[in-house]
Design a protein around this ligand. Structure first.
Ligand code: PMP
Ligand code: GLN
Length: 383
């Protein structure tokens, strides 16, 4: 069989989690919390998992009560944007992962070009290529990883179908501000280029900055697929529930794919999430996440202050990038292996986020961990 993705191996996140298990290293590699979702949410899932009548297929686009609760929350948080219509504009997916794949399958035809900022979440490039699309990569420069919009302008062609953005950004934590959205809107005005805005870390924006959604820009809203994930918002990456918000015509195309990709997402899990949203009409949970993660970021950075680790700025998300030049001249993959085997901490080498494995000597730590885990890991990292 000739592979459709001959250059793609096992995802770096699985590789590094396996390496952590083999070596006993503390796993700061794959992005997931080492704590559980809120107790009430776990109780709600237990309740719905044993409720007769909640065990069969959910409606294809998702439970209406969950979509309505998302619409209500989004209308409170996305200031200036009209509430999305739960019936026609919100689709529940098996994590943001499925939403990404469904959007790409829905809109990318063979030969279509898709603009991707690198470093990029590892599925973007391969998922585009599986549709016959051609990724056009634009590099984000360290240490701030902010887009150079002139460079974006230069890669746009009549074949450009879609621009993919991710704010807050994995792995750098960079956050779009109003000027970024305005620049993107200016570039796309008068074209039929669409936008996929991956906003799974939307609630994790620090230092009193605000998350701005593509939905909050009127010109972008009408051409954007906006994705989020309950995995990040509720510390429940294992639940695999996310969603896509897009105008009715775009949502209809996503649903054409979604109905054949998964058809529908786990019913009791959707009920539990709907309970959580419905009983939190002031968004206390979502609004509390910034302070919660900022404290973890600050603890982690403090514990590594005055060491050889050069810590890059972290405006959002739950990852810390660090330069390790003081310790080793090795490539980042080799150094990540040494870190797991000899130092006892697993990380992700940042070259994994580039299609050409561009390596500038950076590793990524996930700080979505208990204080004790961060203390134990940094004790090993302080040499
Ligand atoms: N996009 C980004 C930027 C992510 O970091 C992740 C999770 N690692 C996803 C999408 C996938 O989200 P989910 O776990 O909900 O499928
Ligand atoms: N999004 C997570 C990360 O960036 C991992 C997701 C996965 O393992 N596929 O680490």
């Amino acid at each position: 069989l000739s592979s459709k993705l001959p250059d793609i191996g096992v995802s770096i996140f699985s590789q590094m989690t396996l390496l952590a298990q083999e070596t006993g290293a503390i796993n700061l590699a794959q992005g997931f919390p080492d704590y559980d979702p809120p107790q009430e949410l776990l109780a709600a899932l237990a309740r719905h998992a044993t409720t007769p009548g909640h065990q069969q297929y959910a409606p294809m686009p998702g439970l209406l009560r969950l979509r309505a609760a998302i619409a209500a929350q989004v209308s409170r948080l996305h200031a200036g944007a009209p509430a999305p219509d739960p019936a026609t504009e919100i689709t529940i997916t098996a994590g943001a992962t499925e939403a990404l794949f469904a959007v790409l399958a829905a809109v990318v035809r063979p030969g279509d070009e898709v603009v991707v900022f690198e470093p990029a979440y590892d599925l973007y490039g391969p998922a585009i290529r599986l549709q016959g699309g051609v990724p056009r990569y634009v590099r984000l420069p360290a240490p701030h990883f902010r887009p150079d919009w002139d460079a974006v302008r230069r890669v746009l062609t009549p074949r450009t179908r879609l621009v993919m953005v991710n704010t807050p950004h994995n792995p750098s934590g960079a956050v779009f501000d109003a000027s970024d959205w305005a620049e993107l809107a200016r570039l796309l005005d008068g074209t039929d280029i669409l936008v996929l805005s991956d906003e799974v870390y939307e609630h994790l924006v620090f230092d009193d900055a605000q998350h701005l959604s593509a939905r909050q820009h009127p010109l972008l809203r009408e051409r954007s697929f906006v994705l989020s994930s309950f995995g990040k918002t509720y510390h429940a990456t294992g639940w695999k529930v996310g969603y896509c918000i897009a105008p009715p015509l775009l949502s209809a195309e996503v649903r054409r794919v979604h109905q054949f990709l998964t058809f529908a997402v786990s019913t009791p899990t959707q009920h539990a999430l709907a309970d959580a949203l419905e009983t939190d009409s002031t968004d206390t949970h979502a609004r509390g996440l910034a302070a919660f993660y900022q404290a973890k970021r600050d603890q982690f950075r403090q514990l590594l202050a005055d060491t050889g680790w050069e810590l890059l700025p972290v405006p959002g998300g739950y990852f810390q990038l660090a330069r390790y030049a003081a310790f080793s001249p090795a490539g980042d993959l080799a150094f990540a292996e040494t870190l797991a085997r000899d130092w006892g901490v697993a990380v992700v080498p940042v070259s994994a986020f580039y299609h050409d494995n561009f390596d500038e000597g950076l590793v990524r730590f996930c700080f979505a961990k208990e204080a004790a885990t961060l203390t134990a890991a940094t004790t090993r990292l302080r040499r």
